[in-house]
Design a protein. Sequence first.
Length: 267
Amino acid sequence: MNKFHLIVSSVLVFTALNGHAQSKKTVMLDSYFNNETKKDTDGKLISWHYKWDEQTNGGFSLWGAEFNKAGFKTSTLYAAPTAQNLKGSAVYIIVDPDTEKENSAPEFIKATDVKTISEWVKKGGVLLLMGNDIGNAELDHFNTLAKVFGVQFNPDSRGRVTGNQFDMGKIMVPAGDPVFKTAKQLYIKEFSSLAITTPAKSILKDKDGYDVIALSKYGKGSVIIIGDPWLYNEYVDGKKLPVAYDNLKAGTDLIHWISSLIPAGKK
């Protein structure tokens, strides 16, 4: 191989590798509205609770790994959302916004944030909002965003569980469900139920008929609203829940559904 062919081959390899990297869909996880902090073993202040790299019970490391397996690049946004810092993301996730109990100076969702996020969705973004039950998430400001898409997090706590009576938090997936195609039995405890109006529609209810998951189409994009951050490590690692529960499978099913909602131009 002469020098010219070597250069051309190198350029093609670089282009292929770079193209592969560019083709990865980015799923951006908020760490601005949810920014609880604590000191690590070295005394350094760190952000924690529902983070991609957090391997303890409250982390999303296992769910994040499933995103990576599905071809997503996981990323974290530590600043307020803007048109510029959301531009390269196909998916944006906001989980469990901080209360004043959890953060001495919480960043509440403001009108400017609602405008920025809703316009990003309208252009084809997939937004995932994961709440929590009353007292464990800041719902008033979160609801100013959710209501744009026809959903409100109710100030309640459904699926309350005593000790290890896991059946109290059991939700069965209906046969032929279009979202949860492999998961059949879910465990979702102490969630905020959802109040749903047009254009949103119900996706999953608990055994008492309370809405747990909703979907709203908005412009070219989609919004998934869930009453709890239920896919954290503690309930997907297979250690605590009985084997009958399919939370990890449900997390993978959810990723595939999210991927199907991404417009072709953003994939």
